[in-house]
Design a protein around this ligand. Structure first.
Ligand code: HXC
Length: 277
């Protein structure tokens, strides 16, 4: 088993001068993505989510860990006006937006027969509609059209591998992530000529995140992680740092400049797993 890396292979200036918005950046994977975008040169980041107390603490910690500016804006991505106000806030403070990471997600385990229509709709709205709302809001700020003010940019949609096959208890999240991957491809097609690249990242199970530990209530965290690891060809759980490095790779003009419409699977080959005959 190769140990998880903890040092970046990228220069700390690869994203110099860029301004990022990260939805869901107050915790988990998207916290680490925000941190690494800042540590790799972004001038500033704006994190958004629904809970102000989380965002406030996270923005202070991210500013101190990176030595850069991290601001926050409370935003429920289901509300298009709230999404637009995040982009306005970025323009007022920094004059531009170069990177949007759509990471806000809702999830819980429920068998389809017990899942209420409202529960299904809630996750669809946070994940899929939220990704659309934020992308649609940022387009005028990024687009290099004849009337647009933008410099181009990149949108990174955080998805999953749940829907490549089928995943128990995840009818809602699988449908939502499938919609996000579809949106990634369509927006890449339509917005490429405006200088906007649109890509996805599909993480596998990530250590130390609520999403992974809630998979099997009643089991210890160590037991859950052992069970999952048996099904990962690369022999370890992913880390938030693994996902953040994929985001830096895609965001960087040097490594990502000709990549658009793709969903990068970062899961140690977990979704391909089949036991030996
Ligand atoms: C069944 C549930 C439920 C649960 C919510 N609902 N939680 N149904 N089991 N555990 C249903 C409610 O009953 C309600 O329908 C509807 O969803 C809306 O619930 P609300 O609580 O009113 O909505 P809201 O406040 O908007 O919050 C919904 C939520 C929340 C966002 C999904 O539960 C939440 O914050 N969850 C945590 C988010 C999270 O973990 N994100 C990490 C994603 S990472 P009714 O009909 O009853 O009114 C990830 C990786 C996991 O996903 C990998 C797993 C394979």
């Amino acid at each position: 088993m190769t140990p998880a890396p903890s040092a970046s292979p990228f220069l700390p200036t690869v994203l110099a001068g860029k301004i990022a918005i990260v939805t869901g950046g107050g915790s988990g994977i998207c916290y680490e993505i925000t941190k690494q975008l800042l540590l790799h040169g972004c001038t500033a980041a704006i994190i958004c989510g629904r809970r102000e107390s989380f965002l406030q603490k996270a923005s202070i910690a991210l500013s101190s860990q990176s030595g850069k500016t991290c601001l926050y804006k409370v935003c429920d991505v289901r509300d298009p006006d709230a999404c637009k106000s995040v982009v306005d806030f970025a323009i007022q403070n920094f004059g531009r937006v170069d990177i949007l990471v759509n990471g806000a997600a809702g999830n819980f385990l429920a068998e389809a027969k017990n899942l209420s229509p409202k529960g299904f709709r809630t996750v669809m709205e946070i994940d899929a509609l939220g990704t659309y709302n934020m992308s649609h809001s940022v387009y005028p700020a990024m687009a290099k059209t004849s009337s647009g003010e933008g410099n181009g940019g990149i949108i990174i949609n955080v998805s999953m591998t749940l829907h490549y096959g089928a995943t128990w208890y995840q009818a809602h999240a699988s449908a939502a992530k499938s919609a996000i991957d579809s949106l990634t491809r369509t927006l890449a097609l339509e917005w490429g000529c405006d200088g906007i690249r649109v890509n996805g990242i599909a993480p596998g199970p990530i250590a130390d995140t609520p999403g992974t530990t809630k998979l099997a209530p009643g089991f210890s965290k160590a037991d859950i992680e052992d069970l999952i690891t048996e099904r990962i060809p690369l022999g370890r759980l992913g880390t938030a740092f693994d996902i953040a490095m994929a985001a830096v790779f895609l965001a960087c003009d040097g490594s990502g400049s000709y990549i658009s419409g793709d969903v990068l699977v970062v899961d140690g080959a977990e979704w391909l797993y089949k036991p030996p005959m």
